[in-house]
Design a protein. Structure first.
Length: 250
């Protein structure tokens, strides 16, 4: 039973309760009063009250029973719906778990396939190496100029000696280049030192020659001053003699 059906049952029960709890009809009242008799409002209410109270109690009891049954039905429906939803969720969880297990199986299978591919690649490399060696052996076997393993060993030893000789020559050439570079650097340092020493000596000679020139200039100026003082003295003496001569003539 759905909630809409329970609601319709509740509505119909309520309508039945209201119809059953109504007031007595006019025919019943008229038969009880008789012709020409009028009841007052208080008498009418007193005469009607007992029956109405009993009907209200019955309707309330019936309503509470219907309400209880409706609640039970509604609770049962809710429990059934919850159980159904729980069942669906469990099914979904089981499906998701199965899907995850399948994915894990696929991942493990991919790993196994990758491992097998690596092993296959290693085997193929070994096979290619064996085939290459077989081709080399076949070429040597059908080579007319091949003189055997001893000749190959001698040729290999000769090639090794030649390689060692080339290595020694390269090492000696590298050492010689290093020695030449060091000697060149040493010559450059010596030349730089000589240039610095020459420049220093030149500066010292320039300073010394400047001092000598200053002394000579001072002596020359002193001699000039002395000559000028002597000339002034002689000229003053000449004037004095001339003045004395003029005075005597007068």
């Amino acid at each position: 039973m759905t909630q809409s059906e329970s609601g319709s049952i509740l509505f119909s029960s309520r309508s039945n309760i209201l119809s059953e709890a109504g007031l007595p009809s006019t025919s019943i009242l008229s038969s009880e009063m008789g012709p020409g008799e009028d009841l007052s409002i208080s008498e009418l209410s007193l005469s009607v009250r007992p029956g109405g109270v009993s009907n209200d109690n019955d309707s309330a009891i019936q309503y509470s029973d219907e309400l209880g049954r409706t609640k039970k039905v509604t609770g049962k429906l809710r429990d059934e719906k919850l159980h159904h939803d729980l069942f669906v969720l469990r099914k979904l969880n089981a499906a998701v778990t199965s899907f995850n297990d399948a994915l894990r199986d696929v991942g493990s299978q991919n790993e196994r396939v990758a491992t097998q591919l690596e092993q296959t690649e290693g085997l193929l490399n070994k096979y290619v190496s064996i085939v290459s060696e077989s081709e080399e052996f076949a070429r040597l076997m059908f080579d007319d100029e091949w003189q055997g393993a001893e000749a190959d060993e001698l040729m290999i030893a000769q090639q090794q000696r030649e390689a060692e000789r080339i290595a020694r020559e390269e090492h000696a050439a590298a050492a010689q280049r290093l020695q030449e570079r060091l000697e060149q650097e040493e010559r450059e340092r010596v030349e730089q030192k000589e240039r610095e020493q020459a420049a220093k000596e030149k500066q010292e000679r320039a300073k010394a020659s400047g001092g000598i020139r200053g002394v000579r200039g001072t002596r020359a100026s002193m001699r000039t001053t002395r000559g000028m003082s002597r000339g002034a003295t002689s000229s003053s003496a000449g004037r004095g003699s001339t003045t004395r001569g003029l005075t005597r003539q007068t």
